[in-house]
Design a protein around this ligand. Structure first.
Ligand code: NIG
Ligand code: FE
Length: 414
């Protein structure tokens, strides 16, 4: 049979084959590894995977890529990013070096509020250009699908503007973007009361977002001094009634019951989860809530405490990884996140790979990506390393040699 493309002789081919749901416990170690593996690709889909000899026997291809000495994995899925923003906050790094906390910087008018000002004053075109640059880098570093949140506009006009930027960029860029409405990211200056602001989001913004079809998920920054669990729940319940899926920023700085609320409200994922307790973990494991862990954030805040990933995996809670790309934690690299996950949270390289591909896809409710198997989308990476343990090991550099999105090689020069 003649097909478009075969990638053969892969030193390691990680197919991530396994159950259709997010992987838990010991399953996270199983990456569906085929040694001397080969991938058969036709149009935008994977046609077959197997040993090189088997695949060569079955198919003739127009194009053959020799991946000898290389590792092939699904494209990374980054399920938590704040991709739409203007400006930068590099000077806050100096404040952090001098010992200021995230909340102190926020209370002094920095942090989210500062980015809200910059984002409100930016035009759609300016926001698109800023987002495009980040997406180009993400793709170069192997991310083929990403979630993107609004949340630096806050009012109706600027949240819609941000979500329209996300929509345009998803259409214009090879990366597929899953849009999330995060109006409840911070209290905007024109409100002095979080309850009133949540009412405004529920009454005016959320229905418009839904009507325009601009978001698939609704998220909220549930945190002490931001939005409490009750307010967050009110917004998320309304989102569910409107047919949106829900996810929550929970237990990042303090535990005020947000991951508990997330599993009760039926959130697909709870994210950050640094201060999460054993009983919270058990509840999420029971409910199947996926924990999206963001080790880049404590790293950039220079904190010693990271999410209890080992406990989560041991208790059977599904775990995914993401960059949290935002002006406080500006990295496009899932490879760097894998290094932090392994070194700071003691995940093994194979668990981190599962968390960055198939489990991240499930956290975005996607079943056609994150796995290299017949019928799945042909989003994959050729890494210039002989095995996957090199991903966390050789940190801070790009190990991706080739990116394929929907079966087509991404040309780096464009
Ligand atoms: O996920 N924690 C809340 N929101 C972002 C940070 C946003 C910012 O600092 O601009 C986060 O880390
Ligand atoms: Fe975030």
């Amino acid at each position: 049979m003649s097909i478009e493309l075969i990638v053969k002789n892969c030193s390691e081919l990680h197919t991530m084959r396994g159950p259709r749901r997010a992987r838990v416990g010991e399953e996270m170690k199983n990456t569906g590894l085929i040694e001397d593996g080969a991938l058969a690709v036709d149009e935008d889909k994977i046609l077959d995977v197997g040993n090189t000899k088997e695949i060569e026997k079955k198919y003739d291809a127009e194009k053959i890529v020799d991946a000898s000495g290389k590792t092939v994995i699904p494209g990374f899925v980054d399920p938590h990013t704040h991709l739409v923003y203007a400006g930068s906050r590099e000077d806050e790094l100096i404040m952090k070096i001098r010992g200021k906390t995230y909340m102190e910087i926020l209370e002094a008018g920095g942090g989210i509020s500062r980015t809200v000002k910059a984002t409100r004053s930016a035009s759609k075109e300016e926001l698109k250009e800023a987002m495009r640059k980040r997406m180009d880098k993400m793709l170069e570093y192997g991310t083929t699908t990403a979630e993107a949140k609004s949340g630096y506009g806050l009012d109706l006009e600027n949240e819609i503007k941000s979500l329209e930027v996300i929509k345009d960029m998803s259409d214009e860029h090879p990366i597929d973007v899953v849009p999330t409405y995060l109006g409840a990211h911070s209290l905007p200056p024109e409100f002095d009361n979080t309850k009133e602001y949540i009412d405004y989001c529920v009454r005016e913004v959320l229905p418009k977002v839904k009507e325009k079809g601009l978001a698939e998920f609704c998220d909220v920054f549930c945190e002490k001094g931001v939005f409490d669990a009750e307010e967050s729940q009110k917004l998320l319940k309304k989102a569910k009634v409107l047919g949106l899926k829900v996810k929550v920023h929970a237990d990042e700085i303090e535990n005020i019951g947000c991951s508990k609320m997330a599993s009760e409200v039926g959130a697909i994922s709870a994210e950050h989860l640094v201060k999460t307790s054993d009983s919270d973990i058990e509840r999420m494991a029971e409910a199947g809530t996926i924990g999206i862990l963001l080790p880049g954030t404590p790293f950039m805040l220079m904190e010693d405490e990271y999410s209890p990933a080992r406990k989560m995996i041991e208790k059977g809670m599904p775990v995914a990884l993401a960059t949290d790309l935002n002006p406080n934690c500006w990295t496009e690299s899932m490879q760097m996140i894998i290094t932090l996950a392994c070194l700071q949270m003691k995940m093994t390289p194979s668990e981190a790979l599962t968390a960055s591909t198939v489990n991240a896809a499930r956290a975005l409710d996607r079943k056609d990506i994150g796995v290299l198997q017949e019928g799945k989308r042909a989003d994959f990476l050729i890494l210039d390393v002989p095995n996957h343990m090199h991903i966390p090991y050789r940190f801070g550099v790009n190990l991706v040699e080739e990116v394929y999105k929907s079966g087509k090689k991404i040309d780096r020069d464009n």
